[in-house]
Write a protein that binds this ligand. Structure first.
Ligand code: SOE
Length: 386
């Protein structure tokens, strides 16, 4: 029988809910999973919030603050779904108490913090993973398999956007994602982090970057109350926006490819538009999260006169992770990426090996984020280094 892994989660908001789905459904979808998570304890800023999440998400216990979760004798894995400013502190405390660590992205507030986290997990010998969940979209995994088998040949171009519009109303309040001291950065760390990770996964390592950042709305009402998901109510008091609303950058990759990245929360009409296109010597691949079950492929080797994009519906049992779900054509969604991440995490814990994307990937992503920020400050190209 598969070993049971008691999970303690810190953070009971949007991401806490998404991760809870992962723990709840992993053994249901993948009975072959090597360790089975037990949803032991959920922690939040207040006991009332934690208790409410416990009851709805299906956890056994609830507690206030993160201390109980990281020290509880019966917890094996600590899952961090808090604001970015707490990632390092909780991860280090969890590792020092011998817990495996699963952490939301971006890994931390700086490269220096990532290094401290790595030191702690290495010293403790625990398994670690970062939740870059878009790697786990079956269509993205299929893109990875096809690229590795040469479907696009030598990559020339990476072109990615992550477009949202949930803060375009100037009266939308200052939630934690809009405060530098809590988030580190705005659209950059929140959204570019995802497409940087996808670029590293699909194409390879970065060489240098040149960036541009913009904050369109500089003052907003302070937060009165969060209302679930990304929703929030404004108070009467005004405060400063201290992060970027949009960050764009150019990149050179070590393999000679070049790339463009655009992350914005001001792309009206785009709710969660995470898209990329890669062009290579033999063909091109493109993906759009809002059509998550599809992957588009152009094969430059097709006969003249018969060339064009084809759309692959990535729902067959042979496609990555789809054996866990429904018959072909019965599509899946965003939440399933969390189930797939947790499947790999549980198998990693069983094998005592940190599955990718792990803290080393988190650090590499952070190094790119930081290089872009430096480039914006200095108005020059900056080499990516850890
Ligand atoms: C908000 O921008 C957000 O929830 C991000 O924080 C997530 O990482 C992304 O997957 C969806 O949008």
């Amino acid at each position: 029988m598969a070993k049971k892994i008691n999970v303690g989660m810190v953070g009971a908001a949007f991401m806490g809910k998404a991760h809870s789905v992962g723990y709840r459904d992993v053994a249901f979808a993948f009975p072959d999973v090597k360790c089975v998570p037990v949803m032991k304890e959920i922690a939040a800023i207040t006991q009332t919030e934690a208790e409410a999440a416990r009851a709805v998400f299906g956890w056994e216990r609830a507690s206030e603050g993160y201390e109980k979760v990281v020290t509880a004798k019966d917890i094996h894995l600590v899952d961090i779904c808090t604001g970015n400013n707490l990632h390092k502190e909780i991860a280090v405390a969890a590792a020092e108490n011998g817990k495996h660590v699963f952490c939301e992205k971006p890994m931390a507030m700086s490269v220096a913090e990532c290094k401290e986290m790595i030191k702690a997990v290495e010293k403790a010998g625990v398994v670690h993973m970062i939740n870059f969940n878009y790697r786990r979209v079956p269509a993205v995994e299929l893109a990875k398999q096809m690229i590795d088998k040469g479907a696009i040949g030598t990559p020339y171009h990476w072109r990615a956007v992550y477009l949202q519009d949930w803060i375009m109303d100037p009266n939308f309040p200052l939630v934690w994602r809009l405060k530098k001291e809590l988030a580190g950065s705005g659209a950059h760390g929140d959204l570019n982090a995802h497409i940087i990770d996808l670029a590293r996964y699909l194409l390879g390592e970065f060489e240098s970057v040149c960036g541009l950042m913009k904050t369109f709305i500089k003052k907003r009402p302070e937060l009165a109350q969060t209302t679930g998901g990304l929703g929030a109510k404004a108070s009467d008091k005004m405060g400063d926006v201290t992060v970027d609303d949009a960050t764009l950058f150019l990149a050179k990759f070590q393999n000679g490819a070049i790339g463009t990245f655009e992350a914005t929360r001001f792309a009206g009409g785009n709710r969660n538009g995470n898209r990329f296109e890669i062009n290579g010597s033999n063909g091109s691949i493109r993906f759009n999260l809002e059509r998550l079950n599809e992957l588009e492929y152009y094969n430059a080797k097709d006969k003249a006169g018969q060339q064009g994009w084809k759309t692959i519906l990535v729902t067959d049992a042979v496609h990555p992770y789809m054996r866990g779900w429904w018959p072909a054509g019965h599509i899946i969604g965003w939440q399933h990426t969390f189930v797939h991440q947790i499947y790999l995490l549980m198998n990693g814990i069983a094998a005592k090996k940190s599955p990718a994307p792990n803290f080393y990937d988190g650090l590499k992503c952070q190094a790119v984020l930081e290089a872009v920020e430096k480039s914006v400050e200095t108005e020059t190209w900056v080499k990516v280094q850890e």
